[in-house]
Design a protein around this ligand. Structure first.
Ligand code: ADP
Length: 226
């Protein structure tokens, strides 16, 4: 569960990025987070993975209290979250298999588990046949699928996707959305940060809209109040 209670966040230069945000996302939900550039979407996701800390208020994420978490616990929190960044952040010198396996190695997973899980998740994202390819040999959509497999492989409770349809052709958007829906059906909470009004309207999911660091609407479906 993700629960913001009166959370504010101010950067060290004095910019108030989030103002008094209260919000609850239950386990297994599928949520879009929308808002114009500078609205506070990235700050919100950075707070969730503890890349930034709240300035005031209470923030609970997957059983961790992030407003008072000790630094040694942050890696444990991050294991409950899989993040797919807009630029994918793949290692160019590693194969598809190695990119995904690496995420398991850094958390100390056993080789036998790695051997089992990596092909399983590559199949889930439809890339089982590209295990030995390098990122430079993949299309944008395929690279993104690798990033999704890597985000999933440690079995996190929550998946965060930052503009997943931002860098791919329109005809790939549907495949990515289907993958996100499939991930949600695996029982994961899915949070999609997006500008893409078409997908919001098409997929009748919860839409949280942020403007100027505040939540201005929170509703199910595609009718976004401008
Ligand atoms: P979005 O992701 O919706 O575009 P951000 O969360 O990146 O919005 O930004 C929210 C506000 O915080 C903006 O006013 C932005 O300029 C400011 N901001 C973002 N990152 C920093 C930073 N590292 N230092 C200072 N201000 C920042």
């Amino acid at each position: 569960m993700i629960k913001f209670e009166n959370v504010s966040m101010e950067y060290s230069n004095g910019t108030a990025a989030l103002n008094n945000v209260s919000l609850q996302i239950d386990d297994g939900e599928f949520v879009f987070v929308v808002g114009h550039s500078g609205a506070g979407k990235t700050t919100l996701t950075k707070l969730l993975i503890c890349e930034e800390r709240v300035s005031s208020g209470r923030l609970e994420v997957n059983g961790f209290r992030l407003d008072k978490i000790r630094s040694w616990k942050i890696s444990k929190l991050r294991r409950t979250m899989g993040v797919v960044f807009q630029d994918f952040k793949l290692f160019e010198k590693m194969t598809v298999y190695e990119n995904v396996a690496f995420a398991m190695r850094v958390v100390g997973a056993k080789p036998s588990l790695i051997k089992k899980r990596v092909p399983f998740f590559l199949d889930i994202v439809g890339l089982g046949h590209k295990s030995d390819s390098f990122p430079s040999e993949l299309s944008g959509g395929e690279k993104q699928r690798v990033a999704f497999a890597r985000a999933l492989v440690n079995n996190p409770d929550t998946i965060i996707a930052d503009e997943p349809t931002g860098n791919v052709d329109v005809d790939l958007t549907e495949g990515i959305m289907e993958l996100l829906v499939k991930i949600n059906k695996l029982g994961k909470t899915v949070l999609v940060v997006t500008h893409d009004m078409n997908i919001i309207e098409q997929y009748k999911k919860r839409v949280i809209r942020i403007e100027g660091g505040s939540i201005v609407s929170d509703r199910i479906g595609g009718e976004i109040a401008e």
